[in-house]
Design a protein around this ligand. Structure first.
Ligand SMILES: Cc1ncc(COP(=O)(O)O)c(C=O)c1O
Length: 394
């Protein structure tokens, strides 16, 4: 698109949001009357736990008032209870929590508070990764520093390996495990090393934990963790009801972390117009207090992975199944010479929408992401189409 003189350089240089491109492809297929199997956007259409909608209806009021930006007492209590039951994180003076309108806005606005802190102006983030880490850094006037994640070290972001001047200037580092799009996870030793590095370098760790409750149903120990389990000092974690409770449309989550950051950032957030409506807070409070509906959702994703992974492995597109999140990160067949866009557009013409790695990354080519969003029945049909498509190219 031609640059507009009515907006600044940051807005002019933004790439179209990848999900908007996928929506265009979907609309075209639908307009042509073709069946569409959409594995593009990570927004599973699984019916909500009915209690959530019932709570919503019961919470509507005749008089509407501004909500508290931080969240109601009831919601804050449910959040602390969740943190304790899931992670054994206890309430204490060095920890603070606040409601957010989902992770996206919280991720975006966090950059505004760290850019330039203590004379540091670099924000480090994973690539491939959630696009808002980069865009928010740019809007905040910070230096956006992507780190290419590699399969060889399990897609770990290791800031201690970066050039010294980048480490010194790092105001914050984003991490996201379980990771979108690769499904990668990290263990305790990684968290401890990252925290140790952040303390030595005086860098804030922003941990995007929106997939922390989405893991394979049969995992009983070594569940994904948040770095807050290991330290509160300079650690801030972002949680969301979007994936764990399927509440993408409600826009609800919370931040938890180092009270020194949280209290100061709360003053900034009071200016941003992002208070969560009270009827949404009431639903959120119920959602954080219940773990059974989350276990049900995990079963759905686990059975979708069990269905899709063996077929993708047989096609030579994957080597091991993800233990967490609901994405399959697949190689494109060798005959495409790493051209993920060509592969995905060809597949989309046959009605199966996936995300090419170059839309999710500055650096990674030759992969595509399948969000396990469609039903098992539709996934079977789509895998048949994918199998024929791959076999024809060999
Ligand atoms: C890694 C990651 N972070 C944040 C988000 C935003 O989630 P929310 O719906 O809570 O804004 C997503 C959504 O897909 C995501 O994949």
């Amino acid at each position: 698109m031609a640059p507009s003189s009515l907006v600044n350089q940051v807005t002019n240089q933004l790439q179209p949001y990848p999900m908007e491109e996928l929506a265009k492809i979907r609309s075209k297929l639908q307009a042509d009357g073709k069946p569409v199997y959409d594995f593009g956007t990570g927004d599973p259409r699984i019916p909500l736990w009915p209690v959530l909608n019932e709570t919503l209806k019961a919470s509507l009021t005749e008089v509407s008032q501004y909500p508290r930006a931080k969240g109601s007492e009831e919601l804050i209590d449910s959040i602390y209870k969740y943190l304790f039951e899931r992670f054994a994180i206890e309430r204490s003076d060095d920890l603070d929590v606040m409601a957010t309108r989902g992770s996206k806005e919280a991720v975006f606005h966090a950059a505004l508070s760290v850019a330039g802190r203590s004379g540091k102006n670099t924000i480090i983030f994973p690539d491939p990764g959630y696009p808002v880490y980069a865009s928010s850094a740019k809007f905040a006037g910070a230096k956006a520093y992507p780190v290419a994640l590699k399969v060889d070290n399990g897609y770990k972001l290791e800031p201690w390996s970066l050039p010294n001047d980048v480490q010194e200037d790092a105001a914050a580092v984003w991490v996201n495990y379980p990771h979108n799009p690769t499904g990668a996870e990290v263990d305790e030793s990684y968290w401890l090393q990252l925290i140790d590095w952040a303390h030595k370098r005086d860098c804030v760790i922003f941990s995007d934990d929106c997939y922390v409750d989405i893991y394979q149903s049969d995992l009983s120990d070594s569940l994904p963790q948040t770095p807050l389990v290991y330290s509160r000092d300079r650690v801030v974690s972002f949680f969301s009801l979007s994936k764990r409770s399927g509440m993408t449309g409600f826009r609800s989550g919370f931040m938890a972390g180092d009270a020194r950051f949280m209290k100061a950032h709360a003053r900034a957030r009071a200016n941003m117009g992002i208070g969560t409506p009270e009827f949404i807070q009431a639903v959120a409070s119920v959602a954080w207090s219940d773990q059974a509906h989350v276990a049900e959702r995990r079963k759905v994703f686990s059975s979708r992975i069990a269905l899709a992974y063996p077929r993708l492995k047989r096609l030579g597109l994957m080597d091991s199944p993800p233990r967490a999140a609901f994405y399959l990160w697949c190689r494109v067949p060798p005959s495409y010479n790493g051209d993920d866009l060509k592969f995905c557009l060809g597949l989309a013409e046959r009605g199966v929408i996936t995300s090419p790695s170059r839309w999710l990354s500055l650096d990674t080519k030759g992969y595509f992401r399948m969000a396990l969003v469609p039903t098992e029945q539709d996934t079977e049909v789509a895998l048949d189409i994918l199998t024929r498509y791959v076999e024809e190219s060999q």
